[in-house]
Design a binder for this molecule. Structure first.
Ligand code: IMP
Ligand code: MG
Length: 180
């Protein structure tokens, strides 16, 4: 059996491991200042956002909890916005808590908007978004993003939790891959 290469066919590295670490430190500093004196809950979406969440959480200095959900997408036509469904819900309630939804990437915004509407309905004390990558050029559903590490161009990227056919999530840089 031929195993796929551990490295993706990289066309261009957008952000190196060092640049990403430095930027996450900066954003975690802002979050720590904004939530000083309060307790925070980071909610992340399996599987992509977990890589960013673990790095971010280690740099945040306020007391924090983490919880996870998983979603599945249904779509009739390729490229068309699909219906999002929660496949695994959070373990605990978020009522009365300060919650940040941690995303790997906000692209069209459909997934994030669905999740924000869903979470808002559970009565958190506050609810915000922190994303590693933001591709504003493809945004269809406008959503306010509180913390964003990097804006990226309209190219498919992998690394830091982002996959191509479930591979390359563990790449420690963010890279554009060559189309097949
Ligand atoms: P949205 O609903 O269009 O914002 O889609 C967001 C989801 O699409 C992300 O959570 C990713 O799973 C996936 N996605 C969007 N762009 C990329 C990319 O460049 N690389 C890998 N996954 C992506
Ligand atoms: Mg994905």
């Amino acid at each position: 059996m031929d195993l796929p290469s551990a490295l993706p066919p990289i066309e261009r590295v957008l952000f190196t491991a060092e640049e990403i670490d430095a930027r996450i430190c900066e954003i975690a500093g802002r979050i720590s200042a904004d939530f000083a004196g309060r307790e925070l809950k980071l909610v992340s979406v399996l599987k992509g956002s977990v890589f960013f969440l673990t790095a971010l959480s280690r740099r945040i200095t306020v007391p924090l909890k983490v919880d996870f959900l998983a979603i599945s997408h249904f779509t009739n036509r390729p490229g068309a916005p699909g219906v999002v469904r929660i496949a695994k819900d959070l373990d605990d309630a978020i009522e009365g808590e300060h919650v940040l939804l941690v995303e790997d990437i906000v692209d069209t915004g459909f997934t994030t908007r669905y999740l924000m509407q869903n979470l808002a309905g559970r009565g958190p004390a506050s609810l915000g978004i922190c994303t590693l990558l933001d591709r504003t050029s493809r945004r269809i559903a406008p959503i306010p993003i509180n913390y964003s590490c990097f804006e990226i161009p309209d190219r498919f990227v992998v690394g830091w939790g982002l996959d191509y056919k479930q591979l390359y999530r563990n790449l420690d840089c963010i890279a554009v891959i060559r189309p097949e």
